[in-house]
Design a binder for this molecule. Sequence first.
Ligand SMILES: [Zn+2]
Length: 71
Amino acid sequence: MIKRVYCALCGRLLFKYEKIGKGKLHHLWRGRILEDHSVREGRVVLCPCGNEIGMDLGMRIELRKKAVRIE
Ligand SMILES: [Zn+2]
């Protein structure tokens, strides 16, 4: 199933992601990210608008739930 992760502040599309299995999306595994429009400041993952949306842990990105909208 393809999920889209949007910035909760500006509405920009940040990720297209292939989700496997049920349940809520809390993190993004690197190998399943189909599109990435986010920017980085070190390990901090940001929307181009400046909203901090998560942390890059290498194999996965942990999302800040309130910073994104997932559809
Ligand atoms: Zn934004």
